[in-house]
Ligand binder design. Sequence first.
Ligand SMILES: NC(=O)c1ccc[n+]([C@@H]2O[C@H](COP(=O)([O-])OP(=O)(O)OC[C@H]3O[C@@H](n4cnc5c(N)ncnc54)[C@H](OP(=O)(O)O)[C@@H]3O)[C@@H](O)[C@H]2O)c1
Length: 337
Amino acid sequence: MLSLTVVVILDDVSVLGDIMADKKIIAVLGSTGSQGGGLCRAILDDPSGGFACRAITRDPAKEKASALAAQGAEVVAADLDDLKSLENAFAGAHGVYAVTNFWEHFSAEKEKAQAKNIADAAKAAGVRHVIWSTLEDTRPLMSTEDERMPILQQKYRVPHFDAKAEANTFFSGLPTTFLVTSFYWDNLYMFGLAPKKDATGNYGWAFPMGNAKLAGIAAEDIGKVAYGIFKAADRFIGKTVGILSEALTIAEMGQKLSQGLGIGPIHYHAAGADEYRGYGFPGADEMGNMFQIYRDFEREVLGARSAEAARSLNPSLVTFDQFIEQNREKIRKAMEG
Ligand SMILES: NC(=O)c1ccc[n+]([C@@H]2O[C@H](COP(=O)([O-])OP(=O)(O)OC[C@H]3O[C@@H](n4cnc5c(N)ncnc54)[C@H](OP(=O)(O)O)[C@@H]3O)[C@@H](O)[C@H]2O)c1
């Protein structure tokens, strides 16, 4: 009986349209990226879940946007720097997934301005639920006189953390869930952070992390958690949800990588934070400060995130071992490069 009904519905496009119209639209920023992409795929993979994905991008013609459209997403153009475009993109939406991309411009002020645009547009559109992908303000962890790490961009310790936390206030008048994310394991292949092979054929890597544990997660799982939050809206509006999958030391990550990839041991150089900041790649000072926060304030950082919360919202949350298994070739390639 049920399958008969489905055939009738799929045969009649207008009825299908009505059913789509009954779904709650989630306007997803960063839909062509890691977090928003994960959320779009989670919505699209669950057609009977009651939600529809409106994938927002500056360039609807790009391949990742077309792939989402092919899966059933509505693709809409908007730019975080253009308030009007966001208002249009949020019109009629039930929810908004709000994420900014610091790494495109490296500016805390710009990140805050973009977050304000999102919040203002969400207010104008009258959306019922916003998830703001944020991070904690690291400045209260140290006095302003503390010289262990430099102040960056005039007033921040870790600009991409502190700016997101400052931006929380823009969302205060909205039905918002504040989602505190963790280090993506995908940074291994997306951000050049994988161990590298040296001239002797041995693998090694350096982080200013000592023996502290790094709160990690597969980027795709952040979107899946966000989907769980939209589904359980009433429980999470006005709440802060901090998530991780596993907290591992760099030595533990190296052991798992060498085992999962079937390679020899990976040498870990526990760099000093000043040494790491001096490596000179774009954002080395920012990353040095960030890892130093993870190291020096391990208890606070891990205390703000919960694997249980993440798993209850996303039961398919992957461990680091599973992540390695799923991404073996990409990681291998990054280690050779
Ligand atoms: N890497 C990590 O470990 C980590 C951990 C926690 C938090 N984060 C935070 O994650 C954020 C980035 O999210 P992500 O990794 O999901 O992004 P991503 O994969 O780098 O992709 C960036 C996304 O942002 C969109 N975007 C950028 N500028 C835009 C603009 N002006 N208007 C509209 N869309 C814009 C892009 O869309 P189009 O190009 O298609 O327009 C794209 O979808 C950063 O702020 C970072 O601090 C990262």
